[in-house]
Design a protein around this ligand. Structure first.
Ligand SMILES: *[C@@H]1O[C@H](CO)[C@@H](O)[C@H](O)[C@H]1NC(C)=O
Ligand SMILES: *[C@@H]1O[C@H](CO)[C@@H](O)[C@H](O)[C@H]1NC(C)=O
Length: 404
């Protein structure tokens, strides 16, 4: 442990190397060091998948819930009842295809953090993932606290005026009380997150992602009229409330804009080095060559340069191709993601890249291949590349850090 710390200090001569929570639990510090080691010293990048064990496009059966038909396809969903019965989470497209779980697994706190069923199901799936030593990341598609509507403003059909939602949930705002209740719920839930041995499970918390886009109520657009300062205040308030007021000490904090053109774009909403452990970027291709792979490369460069300058962990917190483009562009994970990372400093300076969940509810959105998908064999090339890391090599690298 000591040797490893010294190595990191040499690599990061003039920057801090601790989580922004100085009272972070030992497990959280360990997670931080693991992510930092992949950011700083390796030609390796962890692979992550959102909802990897919650949704599965292939191989499901009862008691998994069967999704709605969509273009002749239906996926599966791990049911609340399965969580209540403590059933195994055996459905995982990445594992079906590669034989391993992803190294990083994403979950979402959901629109309503008070939903007891969601809380229980998430906690159960996280316990299973933590037992496998996977890295947990949590996004938050929070319903609009003002209107109660969906997080996407174009799907908020409540008709409620949502001007300045951020100001209204901050202290002195008329919805601050409600927002604090939501953070209280998250805090209570986080403090109870345990693996099977009873250890507190650390997670990367990634609230208010893609704020540079106009689609969420916390983003900037004409309906909400939020400002960068509003956003920074909200982010800082959220960290301080969870960490200092509620004493949650098993979180690392991630800041992850959507597409940006420059470092100053990237930092426009940045709440500051004291509030962020991980700098991320969400990047979606609309179609196979739109935007170009070069555009992705440039943004990866902006991200890794900025994270490096601030001494932060770097990651591609979401990447994929829209409209089930993987169905036709089978080599996507090699020629649109991995090649782009290799050509710059991506694989040396990114801790992980994460694909979105194969979610089949009202429609099926596929981001990674499932067993039987035409992109399966191309994905095995990605999996077998020396630079990608899945469950098993993550476990052995973490073991080395502890021994070292
Ligand atoms: C990473 O890869 C580059 C290019 O192949 C090589 O020059 C460098 O030595 C490698 N670094 C490590 C730590 O393996
Ligand atoms: C919403 O409320 C704001 C602030 O009170 C006001 O300026 C704006 O005109 C309202 N918008 C609509 C569409 O009513």
């Amino acid at each position: 442990m000591r040797l490893f710390t010294i190595t990191l200090c040499l690599l990061l001569a003039n920057v801090t190397t601790n989580p922004v929570d100085t009272n972070a639990s030992p497990e959280t510090v360990q997670l931080y060091n693991t992510l930092l080691s992949y950011t700083q010293k390796s030609n390796k990048t962890l692979f992550g998948h959102h909802d990897a064990t919650l949704f599965g496009a292939g191989g499901g059966r009862s008691p998994y819930i069967l999704g709605e038909p969509h273009n002749g396809f239906r996926g599966w969903l791990f049911s609340v009842q399965q969580a209540q019965n403590e059933n195994p989470d055996e459905l995982c497209d990445i594992k079906d295809v590669t034989g391993e779980y992803p190294a990083v697994i994403g979950f979402d706190l959901g629109g309503n953090v008070d939903d007891a069923d969601e809380r229980l199901r998430n906690a159960w799936l996280i316990k299973k993932a933590a037992d496998r030593k996977l890295i947990i990341t949590l996004s938050w598609h929070q319903n609009n606290p003002i209107s109660g509507g969906r997080p996407w403003i174009d799907q908020d059909h409540t008709g409620v005026n949502i001007t300045h939602p951020i100001r209204r949930i901050l202290p002195n705002g008329d919805y601050n009380h409600l927002y604090r209740q939501r953070l209280d719920s998250i805090a209570d839930w986080m403090k109870q997150l345990r693996d099977s041995s009873g250890h507190l499970v650390p997670a990367i918390f990634r609230p208010y992602h893609e704020m540079t886009g106009g689609w969420f109520w916390w983003g900037t657009n004409q309906k909400t009229d939020n400002t960068p300062d509003d956003f920074k205040e909200l982010y800082q308030y959220t960290v301080r409330y969870l960490r200092d007021t509620k004493g949650v000490h098993n979180l690392l904090y991630a800041y992850s804009p959507d597409k940006v053109k420059s470092a100053s774009d990237f930092l426009q909403f940045y709440p500051g080095d004291e509030y962020v452990d991980l700098m991320g970027l969400d990047f979606y291709y609309i179609a196979a060559f739109n935007p170009s792979v070069q555009t992705f490369q440039q943004m990866v460069q902006i991200l890794t340069d900025t994270a490096h300058a601030h001494g932060k962990i770097a990651a591609i917190t979401e990447v994929g191709i829209f409209n089930n483009g993987l169905d036709t562009h089978h080599n996507f994970w090699n020629d649109h993601v991995l090649d782009a990372l290799k050509s710059g400093q991506g694989t040396t300076r990114l801790a992980y890249v994460l694909g979105w969940g194969n979610i089949c509810l009202h429609k099926c959105e596929i981001w990674v291949p499932y067993k039987g998908h035409p992109a399966e064999s191309a994905f095995l090339v990605f999996f077998n590349d020396a630079m990608t890391v899945f469950e098993k090599s993550l476990a052995s690298s973490v073991a080395q850090i502890v021994v070292g």
